[in-house]
Design a binder for this molecule. Structure first.
Ligand code: KG4
Ligand code: ZN
Length: 339
């Protein structure tokens, strides 16, 4: 198929706790519609409960697909491909979207296009202009990953650095939980940090080789710090919440940025993309805007998991003739650049 042929790709994302579907018009090169349903059921548990996430995807997937088509008055017959996240992610959640997408492709006689979730996050930089020129550096900071990438093309990227333990989003979520904040904690910390002093408390900077990250030490230091303070002053967290959020956020972001800075200097590439849920953080965006680099990032709603990035990455794969087969299955863990 020529990429000039009118073509709308349906993108489905169910890798974790967002059920999201979108339509990408490959002919016009624009997003027609995107609907994301964030599962509220995990708010009080402090993290995603996999079994509940899968059930919720099962309930939501069909109504969401119907809504996204209805919203732009598009008949199923105008679709030219069905793209879906294959992994990495929670296996049960992935399986719901993947099997739905497979079934729909089969029923409609359309190509089935499995998409790597991490490559889709990188593709989110191309949902709206300005686009970064290749090669560029990309910081993928999410609940499951902290990756520094050198991106050469849509599906050609090299990992320069990665987290050796917790992902940065996970560190946000776990430290938020220690303060009694609901899931997803990154959003809560971002919100309360706005009124706080980022230098009210300081935490030790992690020491890690090369361009790799480590967030678990910071998390533990924060836990011991809180335990000590609460012992002396039981209402310490409530009375200092904004300063605590601003300070732990500053420490997490300082580590994230120090390695990014090293990567920019090492690679001598000054175009930097910022993707994944943590890319929505207002302070991270502020700190990056002070750097003398060209920084690119999607709108916050396309930093967190969404169907739009899956539909666009799916369109690119279809254009290259990289399609899936009926034997394909989801995967919980993957290497980036494997498609
Ligand atoms: O990309 P994403 O939606 O899912 C994964 O692929 O993991 O990222 C979710 C992560 C969660 O850890 C959440 O707390 C974090 O992104 N997050 C944020 C913000 N919004 C979402 N972290 C810091 N500040 C935010 N504004
Ligand atoms: Zn993600």
């Amino acid at each position: 198929m020529s990429w000039k042929t009118p073509c709308v790709v349906l993108g489905i994302e169910t890798s974790c706790d967002e059920t999201s579907v979108a339509l990408w018009d490959g002919f016009k090169g624009r997003l027609l519609s995107n609907i994301t349903l964030s599962q509220e059921i995990h708010k009080l548990s402090g993290g995603v409960i996999p079994e509940r996430a899968s059930r919720s995807h099962e309930e939501n997937i069909l109504p969401l697909v119907e809504s996204v088509l209805r919203r732009v008055d598009l008949p199923l017959s105008d679709l030219c491909g069905i793209a879906c996240t294959q992994g990495p992610g929670l296996f049960g959640s992935l399986a719901v979207g993947f099997m739905f997408a497979k079934g729909l492709s089969w029923a409609l006689g359309l190509p089935f296009i499995p998409v790597n979730h991490l490559e889709a996050h990188v593709a989110s930089l191309f949902l709206d202009p300005p686009y970064p020129p290749y090669p560029f550096l990309c910081l993928l900071a999410s609940g499951g990953h902290s990756l520094l990438l050198r991106v050469e093309g849509p599906f050609r990227m090299e990992i320069l650095g990665r987290s050796l333990d917790d992902a940065v989003g996970e560190a946000f979520d776990k430290t938020a939980k220690m303060m009694g904040l609901p899931y997803p904690g990154g959003v809560e910390i971002d919100k309360f940090s706005r009124g706080g002093d980022p230098h009210a408390y300081s935490f030790p900077s992690p020491r890690v080789d090369a361009l790799n990250y480590s967030f678990s030490g910071l998390k533990t230091a924060f836990l011991y710090f809180l335990e000590k303070k609460i012992k002396a002053m039981p209402k310490f967290v409530e009375e200092n919440l904004e300063d605590l959020c601003a300070s732990i956020q500053e420490a997490l972001l300082a580590h994230l940025l120090s390695k990014l800075e090293e990567a920019v200097e090492g690679e001598k590439i000054y175009h930097v993309g910022l993707v994944g849920g943590v890319a929505a953080n207002h302070r991270l965006r502020e700190l990056l805007s002070e750097r003398p680099w060209a920084v690119y990032s999607p709108a916050p709603m396309y930093c967190t998991d969404n169907g739009a990035m899956v539909a666009l990455a799916g369109h690119w794969k279809q254009r290259e003739g990289i399609l899936g087969s009926w034997e394909d299955i989801p995967f919980a863990r993957s290497k980036i650049g494997s498609s």
